[in-house]
Unconditional design. Structure first.
Length: 606
């Protein structure tokens, strides 16, 4: 049965009617008022829900109803309604959230199929959107009719629309069911349309509709990497919307099949890859996999489609070099972590040489984690530092999750080193370290890696982040291309992207699009991989050249002196709550400022 408000008062008192969990969302996506705390908590845990509320405000619709499934597989009936009713765009919207038992025990895949049936798509068209066969869709439709007690597709569609059994995000994108309110809102929420109106009933579709290019995306949708998953999901969706707004690839649209991945376990990564291979996608894009096990690719290698990840793994680059016949379709669109340590020392030397920083001593401390890419103080880094006159004083290992910073903080306060390289890639953990360090600081430069690129870091670290220096091997530039990307992302989602993953995920899609456009056939996997090796693509995170025997991007200036051939090893500093690029030239937009926790805080070093 379709869900109804839960019984029990706000404190769980039996017999009292409980207020439906509801939040009021402003025109820019802020949760400005809360009628029930549970509603707010769900919106904070599922930030893309706020985008759907904003999308309603950008449309001319009074309300929209749909079904939302969390990463924990909890179903919610969602109603988003303009407030006050009939108000013009730019007001506010209420979001009502009622937990729902799947009617008739529908599966998630059956809800996907039902959504597209309600949008008027045929079985072959649904099969294309979901990356499966018409026969499989036919079986799903039979099961749906039986579970809902309906004799016809029209009956099931009517019930779905009446009760809001229409899944968001819309499987395959809202453009396919633009005649329905959720199709309109989905396009606006995911950046698929600048502005949408309620469409007239779509004309009868034929089976000659061009098959879309189908990207399989394995991103974390919940858990410890949820904040990064949001960045990847939105970046790739914006790229797809931009491509399709230009007419797709020779008139064929690009679509995305999104599956959840747990990047911290071998089973989680392998399961996600198997789902995408079973769906017969044309290519796979993914983020990080913190498991250095070459058998991760046992599922993808025989299938043969291109796989683009954003790893910075020296180990993975060597796998590809050593076994190109088996892993020739695996591309790492970021440089490897080998460059992080050398870049750290180089930046310190440049600060000293320019007179922008006077270190109190020459001691360095390295904080590392036992994950793939977590070892930064490698022999190359140590030799480079010692030749420059620095003294690597200590290497301290901390856990990737639930880290105990006691030993690291004690060592920093004991030796007061000139600088600390904090190679912890989890934003929440690094934010906790920074808050604890600032509570009792030393005159030590804190230099982090990657984690501050995720917006979650600044939110959690708060004022303690001011003055932190950090680096990434792939970051969104502050030039015209990067600024335009950040503006479009902000317009679509009501908040700015982080400075790494959203951009590199955007670029991943465009790398594939360029290769597909050159080949003309996404199923010619070998030719597409060959095209990826040959092209040079300038994206929002820099220039990608994947043509060496390791099939990973080049780092500028570490691997190439030519900034037009690599991704800049960007160094940022948090200044007045924003991320500012300090190096390298020609991408710097600010100069180093003495961190506020230094004794004599507030003085500039330059």
């Amino acid at each position: 049965m379709v869900g109804s408000p839960v019984m029990g008062g706000p404190q769980g008192n039996p017999g009292e009617e409980r207020v439906v969990p509801t939040a009021l969302v402003g025109a820019w996506g802020t949760i400005s008022e809360v009628y029930d705390g549970r509603g707010r908590r769900l919106l904070e845990a599922e930030p893309d829900l706020v985008a759907y509320a904003r999308a309603l405000l950008d449309s001319e619709l009074p309300l929209v109803r749909f079904t939302w499934i969390t990463s924990e597989r909890t179903w919610y009936a969602v109603t988003v309604q303009r407030q006050p009713a009939g108000a013009a765009p730019g007001s506010a919207a209420t979001v009502e959230l009622v937990e729902l038992d799947p009617p008739g025990r529908l599966t998630v895949r059956e809800l996907d199929v039902l959504t597209l049936v309600a949008g008027g798509l045929s079985n072959p068209e649904i099969a294309v959107h979901l990356g499966t066969t018409s026969r499989t869709i036919s079986s799903h439709v039979e099961s749906i009719l039986a579970k809902l007690g309906q004799a016809t597709r029209a009956g099931a569609a009517g019930l779905a629309i009446e009760h809001g059994l229409l899944r968001a995000p819309v499987p395959g994108g809202g453009r396919s069911i633009g005649a329905l309110a959720i199709g309109v809102v989905d396009q606006l929420a995911t950046g698929g349309a600048e502005r949408a109106r309620v469409a007239q009933p779509a004309p009868a579709r034929t089976r000659t509709r061009p098959r879309p290019y189908l990207i399989g995306a394995a991103f974390p949708l919940g858990g410890r990497a949820a904040a990064e998953g949001v960045e990847m999901r939105r970046g790739s969706q914006l790229a797809i919307a931009d491509v399709n707004a230009r007419g797709g690839i020779a008139g064929r649209p690009v679509e995305r099949l999104l599956v959840e991945v747990d990047p911290f376990t071998r089973e989680g990564v392998e399961t996600a890859f198997r789902r995408l291979v079973d769906a017969e996608v044309d290519a796979i894009v993914t983020g990080y996999a913190f498991v250095e096990d070459v058998t991760l690719y046992d599922v993808v290698a025989p299938y043969g489609c291109p796989l683009l990840n954003v790893m910075t793994s020296e180990t993975q680059a060597e796998w590809v070099r050593e076994d190109p016949s088996r892993l020739g379709q695996v591309f790492q669109v970021g440089p490897t972590e080998n460059h992080y340590g050398v870049g750290f020392v180089r930046f310190l030397d440049e600060l000293v040489a320019a007179g922008r920083w006077k270190p109190p001593n020459r001691r360095l401390v390295f904080i590392e984690t036992p994950v793939a890419g977590g070892e930064i103080a490698r022999p190359l880094t140590i030799r480079y530092a010692e030749r420059a006159g620095w003294k690597p004083d200590a290497r301290i290992a901390v856990a990737a999750h639930d880290a105990d910073w006691t030993e690291a903080l004690a060592e920093i306060r004991r030796s007061a080193p000139a600088a600390v390289l904090a190679a912890h890639f989890v934003p929440a953990e690094l934010a906790r370290f920074q808050r604890q360090f600032v509570a009792d600081p030393t005159d030590t430069l804190i230099y982090a890696l990657y984690a501050p690129s995720v917006p979650e870091y600044l939110e959690l670290a708060g004022p303690a982040a001011e003055g932190v220096v950090w680096a990434t091997l792939s970051g969104v530039y502050s030039d015209r291309l990067g600024a335009a990307f950040r503006a479009r992302y902000t317009a679509a989602h009501g908040m700015a992207p982080g400075r790494s993953l959203a951009g590199i995920s955007y670029d991943q899609v465009n790398l594939l699009v360029h290769a597909w456009a050159h080949v003309g056939n996404p199923r010619a996997f070998g030719e597409v991989a060959s095209a990826l090796r040959q092209l040079t693509h300038r994206g929002v995170n820099g220039t990608y050249f994947l043509g060496d025997d390791r099939q990973c991007a080049l780092a500028y200036p570490d691997q190439t002196p030519d900034p037009s051939m690599g991704l800049a090893h960007l160094v940022f500093q948090v200044q007045h709550g924003t991320q500012r690029v300090l190096a390298p030239a020609p991408y710097a937009e600010a100069t180093f400022t003495t961190p506020p926790w230094y004794s004599g805080a507030g003085r500039r070093a330059a």
